[in-house]
Design a protein around this ligand. Structure first.
Ligand SMILES: Nc1nc2c(ncn2[C@@H]2O[C@H](COP(=O)(O)OP(=O)(O)OP(=O)(O)O)[C@@H](O)[C@H]2O)c(=O)[nH]1
Ligand SMILES: [Mg+2]
Length: 438
């Protein structure tokens, strides 16, 4: 990626639609737009109706053009946005005209990359843009909007500033001050480190919720054959997605269905009934079902035996369901949710249990949630440094040099997170995740 040239790309998907938007960013954006429209577009940030011509001077479309003078634009550079009719041939002609004038087709995420380079946003906000585009629920959209507006960065910066203050104090004591730390300060420093560690852990914990909103939840429906796993999948999604039959071993391939629960996008996966299978095909289905369970965020074990025991496996939340309650007279085990897919009873209780097992509830508007594994890893690295600093205080006492070293490594983790000192390959990875035109 090179921010010295002028780039162009469609900002809307190629297809037939009312309108399509092409974006141009860079030092020659206005010059190229004026050549292509045979018009001097003077107005900043207001829509101008123009005729768009290709390089041969042939009329391509009547379009609306908006000009954004740097630095008050998305990328922080001079930019124009052309709204043409939504026809791929027209969009292609508009983009080709700019390219023939000297612009280059933008790389994926390059407009946002330029915004980052020009200080319009940090790396956490850029990740928010990428996540916003992929958001599947309104709750996730709201979270990403908070991140883009800088609220998560503000929280991270607040933590960083407190760390910087503490390191500055310790380094002053080491290098300049001629007096030893007072007894009060000897007590205060470990106390401050403890408080910062707690703050990092609180932030780190927000990833559980942020990950669910951003990346969704995979829930695997598992259990012996013929207990009603496929019936449950169908009942949950309200349509006949999986084949249901009285014959044990009906499901072999994994059947998926998506739905939103409490603002969280869920993928429910129906799997083959687990038993010692005779045929090779069913054996493969059983093997796939077992493998899937390991990767699931939530396991729903189904049985049709009212005496079934709850036998939790794995570290993820695990819900136990007894189906076919219409056939059972007694419901002895209170730890198990009793449902009847046939009569559609108990499903509401199951949905509530799913939300409760994953702690899905309202999100406070004043907290921002970490929402990418990179953000989580960086905050965890910072928390680990603070934990090590605390251990130093506990084991060898307030050794200024050692404590300061750990605090510095905590600051470093936050700097990488915000994009102040992030390695180039990580930066490229983040922007390559965005689509062309963003
Ligand atoms: N009485 C009763 N029968 C049910 C209920 N739910 C499912 N069944 C029946 O149980 C049988 C098996 O249902 P499936 O949903 O195919 O069971 P499965 O667990 O997916 O079975 P496999 O794919 O073979 O592992 C079918 O005949 C269903 O009609 C229920 O709530 N009550
Ligand atoms: Mg089935």
């Amino acid at each position: 990626m090179n921010s010295g040239d002028t780039i162009v790309a469609p900002a809307t998907p190629l297809g037939f639609s009312g309108l399509a938007v092409v974006r141009v960013s860079g030092p020659s954006a206005f010059k190229f737009a004026e050549i292509a429209t045979h018009k001097k577009i003077l107005k900043n940030r207001s829509a101008t109706l123009v005729t768009f011509y290709n390089k041969k001077g042939e009329k391509i479309d009547r379009a609306v053009i908006t000009r954004f003078v740097a630095p008050a634009s998305y990328s922080g550079e001079d930019m124009v946005e052309i709204s043409s009719h939504g026809n791929p041939t027209i969009v292609d002609a508009v983009v080709s005209t700019f390219c023939s004038l000297g612009a280059r087709l933008a790389d994926p995420g390059e407009f946002t990359y330029r915004a980052f380079i020009n200080g319009k946003m940090d790396l956490v906000q850029a990740e928010g843009v990428a996540a916003l585009i992929k958001s599947k629920t309104i709750e996730s959209v709201k979270e990403q909007q908070k991140i883009i507006s800088g609220s998560l960065s503000k929280q991270i910066n607040k933590l960083r500033l407190k760390l910087v203050d503490l390191v500055s104090f310790l380094e002053y004591q080491m290098d300049i001050s001629e007096e030893d730390l007072s007894a009060k300060e000897q007590k205060n420093v470990p106390k401050k480190i403890r408080a910062l560690h707690k703050e990092a852990l609180v932030l780190s914990n927000t990833f559980i919720r942020g990950k669910m909103l951003n990346l969704g939840v995979t829930a695997v429906i598992t259990g012996p054959p013929n207990v009603g796993k496929s019936s449950l999948l169908n009942a949950l999604c309200g349509e006949s997605r999986a084949i249901v039959s009285p014959e044990p071993g009906t499901t072999r391939d994994i059947v998926r269905s998506e739905m939103v629960l409490g603002g969280v996008p869920f993928v429910f996966l129906d799997t083959a009934g687990i038993r010692v299978a005779k045929s090779a095909i069913e054996q493969e289905g059983v093997a796939r079902a077992k493998k899937l369970k390991e990767k699931a965020d939530l396991i729903i074990s189904v049985s049709d035996d009212p005496q079934a025991q709850t036998n939790k496996t794995g570290s993820q939340p695990h819900i136990f369901v007894v189906n076919k309650s219409d056939l059972h007279s007694k419901k002895p085990n209170k730890a198990i949710i009793h449902i009847s897919c046939k009569n559609k009873t108990g499903l509401e209780v199951l949905l509530l249990e799913i939300k409760s097992a994953l702690k899905i509830g309202p999100i406070s508007s004043d907290v921002s949630l970490l929402s990418t594994p990179r953000q989580s890893a960086a905050i965890n690295a910072c928390a680990k440094s603070l934990e090590r600093a605390q251990n130093v205080c506990k084991t060898v006492g307030l050794e200024l040099e050692l404590v300061s070293f750990e605090l510095r490594s905590g600051i470093n983790a936050l700097d990488v997170l915000l994009g102040k000192t992030t390695p180039e390959d990580i930066i490229n990875n983040i922007f390559n995740n965005l689509c062309v035109g963003k």
